[in-house]
Design a protein. Structure first.
Length: 223
């Protein structure tokens, strides 16, 4: 039986993303988030407007989206409730956040140079996506109370780095879902995927190449 319910959040489960950006002084910033969705080689990110990461993205116009696997859960959790903003915004202070200028040092993760952007990649993440900012707008633009608090940032992927261990055998450009185990955030808790598919999907009969957009060709000309 279904009942009416009012959960404070509706985070039913999405992959964790570690966004790396560059601060004003040239140092790297690294922030975990999970409000992201993908269409082709585009991604839309939902971020608090007072956070350091969207501020860096708007200033530099770029970032790297690093996707951790379930094996990286401890490193990701060490970044929880840390911020690159000094002073710490009031809303984050209320939630127990603290200022942390060295996010890579705290997490134990390793920065490595990107090819088309200044922001670093995260060596330990199996998926690293170099991206350019395409647009920024406010969530809830029609609400005077909520307008400006959360930003929707569209980014365009222009370089993809994949650990060979998760590629489909015999395919240079396909990820094997049976090998890729993303770290999932569901209602503020970490989860992973159980091995094996539930059943074959009818959508799997559609060639992946049919989803290719002009962004792929554009990305080849970047950097």
């Amino acid at each position: 039986m279904h009942v009416a319910c009012e959960p404070a959040i509706l985070y039913f489960g999405t992959p964790v993303v570690l966004i790396s950006t560059v601060n004003e002084d040239g140092s790297p910033n690294l922030a975990p988030m999970s409000s992201a969705f993908w269409l082709g080689w585009r991604c839309v990110l939902g971020l608090s407007a007072v956070s350091k990461t969207p501020q860096n993205m708007r200033r530099t116009g770029e970032c790297v989206l690093n996707l951790p696997s379930a094996d990286n859960v401890d490193a990701v959790d060490r970044l929880a409730r840390t911020t690159g903003s000094d002073p710490v915004p009031a809303g984050k202070l209320q939630r127990g956040y603290r200022y942390a200028p060295d996010k890579f040092g705290i997490s134990g993760l390793t920065p490595m140079a990107a090819q088309t952007v200044a922001a670093p990649r995260v060596r330990e993440c199996p998926v690293q996506l170099e991206a350019k900012v395409e647009s920024v707008r406010s969530l809830a633009e029609g609400d005077d109370t909520l307008r400006g608090r959360t930003l929707l940032i569209e980014v365009r992927i222009q370089r993809v780095h994949i650990d060979e261990s998760i590629l489909m055998p015999g395919h240079a450009n396909r990820i094997d879902p049976d090998r890729w185990r993303p770290l999932i955030m569901s209602f503020q808790q970490f989860y992973g995927l159980a091995p094996g598919m539930l059943r074959k999907s009818a959508l799997a009969d559609i060639a992946e190449s049919l989803y290719r957009t002009p962004d792929v060709e554009r990305a080849r000309r970047a950097g």
